[in-house]
Design a protein. Sequence first.
Length: 373
Amino acid sequence: MIFDRKQQRLLLEGKEYSLEDIRRLIAGGAEVHSPASWDLYLFLNEWFNDSPVITVHTSGSTGAPKELIVRKDQMMQSARLTCEFLNLEKGQSALLCMNLRYIGAMMVVVRSLVAGLNLIVRPASGHPLADIKEPLRFVAMVPLQVYNTLQVSEEKERLKQTDILIIGGGAIDEALEAEIKTLPTAAYSTYGMTETLSHIALRRLNGPSASSHYHPFSSVKLSLSAEDTLVIDAPLVCDQILRTNDIARIYSDGSFMILGRKDNVINSGGIKIQAEEMEKLLRPFISVPFVITSVPDQRLGQAVTLLLEGQRDTEKIGNKLHELLEPYYRPKYILTTDCIPQAGNGKVNRAECRILAKQILTTFYPHMFKSLS
């Protein structure tokens, strides 16, 4: 592997590019390149400059998006950990099909630079395998891209010809995971965040090694806070010990499960409800995109609220929830919206969902919602 940026070259669709090559391409102007290629050239220009750091953006899925300054040498260490774990070697193909604004896509490029992978570039879209012709060694996608790919028979066949798939940037629901289990591709769910420069743990989704637990890289040490949130000590990729908002359970072998986020706990009348756990329970019974959120309530503090995408039969869904859930867990409100708010990388934007739910109730149902603060 190559960790000296001055010695690195990008193998791009079978052709090797140096910094000088990249600068010549940029000098030609954006209009002569595809948007995906242009974004790649701009990233490489920044990667190869003299600065030891680079700016990355968080997704904004749980709060306001923010910029982080991260070290390039730590990004290369993250790339090494992944390439070694997955046995990625020089000349093997890797697909870049995500937005280079975010760390997940950046790390696909950095892995290619460090390990000498042959990078194939496609636009960040819902169907990244639509025109792929050759079998791929390595692909990184978000859950929505995987879901869309599995709905189109030709794209599903191309995914079956891919050796390794890693999925990050959002939760994988049970239905999608069940379909992934049928693939011959070695598929993994990743755990990590911008601050850890992509993932620090993986969970095998299919095959004999399939597990419900994430397994961290050997250099990563995990613990729990007093609130049962995950604490990460990953010195190769992060200078500081990272205290997350992810409620977790750590097992004796060092593996762990994520139960949800601390800031997604709804305290309704003293009953603490984990939004992600409720969504997991309801997903088999609700066929449209939805989210469990909350609105302020004078009596309960927070009222559990179900936000559905599209105009749905809320009475029928309410009757089903009455059968499934204990009284304290039943949503007090079932609301519909044209679209569930998402962050730029496809994650549900839970902060915006809370704001939207409050707006819907105060605008359209003020007689039902007099207790809002």
